[in-house]
Design a protein around this ligand. Structure first.
Ligand code: NIG
Ligand code: FE
Length: 394
C-alpha cells in the first residue's frame, strides 16, 4: 500500500541532494523542497519530489500547504525514574545553585519503585515526546546506581524506547559516599557485565561532585570492551576532561558542552563525535549556555536534545528546545531544526532516521504552519498537527 502526501507547502528532507538541486529556495542544510509531495510505502519513504511530478499511489492525503519535517530524534533523555523535584526547582529559582547531588533524591525514589511504576513513567513521557513530534527516543538508566536497579532500568529502557543507555556512573550513591573509586570497581565487576546485554550505550557524568577523568575513562572503556557505544555527560557545570576523553574513546556524542576550551574544540573538530547541546537544562538550572556558534563555525556536528529528567530539564518538547536554541544559542532556525532531527540521528549513529529521503524510515511531522520557521517564530504554540512513525500515524 502506497500513500501519497501532496500539496506540502515546504518539505524538509535534510537531504543534501535537494540542497544542491536548486529546487531548495531556503535552508540549504535542510534540503527543502517547496510545493512538494512524498510517498510512503510500508514503513519507508518511497519517493520525494515536487507535487507536480508525483507518481500515483493507492491513497492520497492533501497537506493543504502545511510544512512537513522529519520526526525529531531525541538522543539524550532520562525517563526511568520515580518522583519529581519541583521543590528543588523552586529553591533554585530562589537562588540556590544546581549541584550533581540532587540526583540522589531521585535515586532513593527509583530504587523503591516497582517495575510497573517505572515503566508507566517511561511510557507517559514517551507519549509527551510523541505528541510534540519526536519519533525516536534514546533513554538512559542512571537513577539506580546499584547493579539490580540499573539492570531493571536498562531493561525497561530497552523494551520501551529506541535506544537504551547504561548511565553506569551518574553520581556515587549514598552507600559509596566518599568512595567513588570503590563504586567504579563495582560498576566494572558487577554492573556492566549484568547490564551490557540490555543496552546499546555506556554513559558517565564526568563532573565535579560526580566522576573525575580517570573514573570516567575506566567506566567508558569497560563499557566499550563489553560491546557498548560511548556517550558522555561532559563539561556541563564546569570545565573538565570529559569532552577529550569522549573523543579519545570515539564517543558517538559528548553531551552538554557548556564549558569549552580550545583543546575541546580542536579534539571535536578532528573527530566523528557529535556535540549534543541540551539548552533546556541550562534554562532550568540558570547555568551557562554552550557556545553553539563556536562549535558550528569549527565544523563540528551539533545535535539538540531535550534531556528530559526530573532534576535539570523536566521537558519533552523539542519545539521548545528549537526555539530556545535559536534565541539563547544564536543558532539559525534551520541549524536548530537540523540539529534536532539529522543531528540527533548522527548522535545515535543512525542514517535511516532524521531525514526524509527514499529508503529512510517514514517518521514525519505535519506542522500546523506553512514553514519550519514557525517552530522558532511561534514559541510555545502547539504546531504539531500529526505525527507518523515508520509509516503509521500515531
Ligand atoms: O543531564 N547531568 C547529569 N544528569 C542530568 C541531570 C540529572 C538530575 O539532576 O537528576 C542532566 O542534566
Ligand atoms: Fe543528561
Amino acid at each position: 500500500m502506497a500513500l501519497l502526501i501532496d500539496q506540502i507547502g515546504e518539505l524538509v528532507t535534510n537531504d543534501p541532494a535537494w540542497a544542491r538541486s536548486g529546487l531548495s529556495a531556503d535552508g540549504e542544510k535542510l534540503g527543502i523542497v517547496s510545493d512538494a509531495a512524498l510517498i510512503i510505502e510500508g514503513d519507508r519513504v518511497a519517493w520525494v519530489g515536487p507535487s507536480s511530478a508525483a507518481p500515483d499511489a493507492d491513497e492520497r492525503l492533501d497537506a493543504a500547504g502545511a510544512a512537513v519535517i522529519p520526526g525529531f530524534v531525541e538522543s539524550h533523555s532520562h525517563l526511568v525514574f520515580a518522583g519529581e523535584r519541583a521543590e528543588e526547582f523552586a529553591a533554585r529559582m530562589a537562588g540556590r545553585p544546581y549541584a550533581a547531588g540532587g540526583i540522589r533524591t531521585t535515586i532513593a525514589k527509583t530504587r523503591a519503585a516497582s517495575d510497573l511504576e517505572l515503566t508507566n513513567n517511561v511510557t507517559r513521557l514517551l507519549g509527551e515526546y510523541r505528541r510534540q513530534g519526536t519519533t525516536t527516543v534514546e533513554c538512559k538508566s542512571g537513577y539506580g546506581q546499584d547493579a539490580s536497579t540499573e539492570l531493571r532500568s536498562v531493561r525497561i529502557a530497552h523494551q520501551h524506547t529506541d535506544s537504551a543507555t547504561l548511565l553506569a556512573a551518574h553520581v556515587p550513591p549514598p552507600e559509596y559516599a566518599g568512595r567513588a573509586d570503590d563504586y567504579v570497581r563495582m560498576v566494572l565487576d558487577e554492573m556492566i557485565p549484568a547490564c551490557a546485554p540490555h543496552a546499546s550505550w555506556i554513559d558517565v557524568f564526568c563532573e565535579r561532585g560526580a566522576f573525575d577523568g580517570d573514573q570516567t575513562k575506566a567506566v567508558l572503556a569497560a563499557g566499550r570492551e563489553a560491546g557498548l557505544g560511548v556517550r558522555v555527560h561532559a563539561n556541563q557545570l564546569t570545565a573538565g576532561p570529559g569532552i577529550q576523553i569522549g573523543v579519545e574513546l570515539d564517543a558517538a556524542s559528548v553531551d552538554h558542552c557548556c564549558h569549552l576550551a580550545d583543546a575541546d574544540i580542536d579534539a571535536l573538530a578532528s573527530s566523528n563525535t557529535v556535540a549534543t547541546l541540551l539548552p533546556a537544562a541550562d534554562f532550568s538550572t540558570r547555568n551557562a549556555y554552550p557556545d553553539a556558534r563556536r562549535l558550528i563555525d569549527a565544523g563540528i556536528t551539533v545535535a539538540l536534545g531535550a534531556d528530559c529528567n526530573p532534576g535539570t530539564s523536566y521537558t519533552t518538547s523539542l519545539p521548545f528546545v528549537i526555539a530556545l536554541a535559536v534565541q539563547a544559542l544564536r543558532m539559525t532556525p534551520a541549524e536548530a531544526l537540523w540539529a534536532a532531527t539529522a543531528g540527533g540521528a548522527a548522535a545515535l549513529r543512525r542514517n535511516d532516521i532524521g531525514r526524509l529521503t527514499p529508503g529512510s524510515r517514514a517518521d514525519l511531522v505535519i506542522l500546523d504552519a506553512p514553514s519550519h520557521l514557525h517552530l522558532a517564530y511561534r514559541p510555545g504554540v502547539p504546531l504539531v498537527r500529526s505525527v507518523w512513525r515508520a509509516g503509521v500515524p500515531t
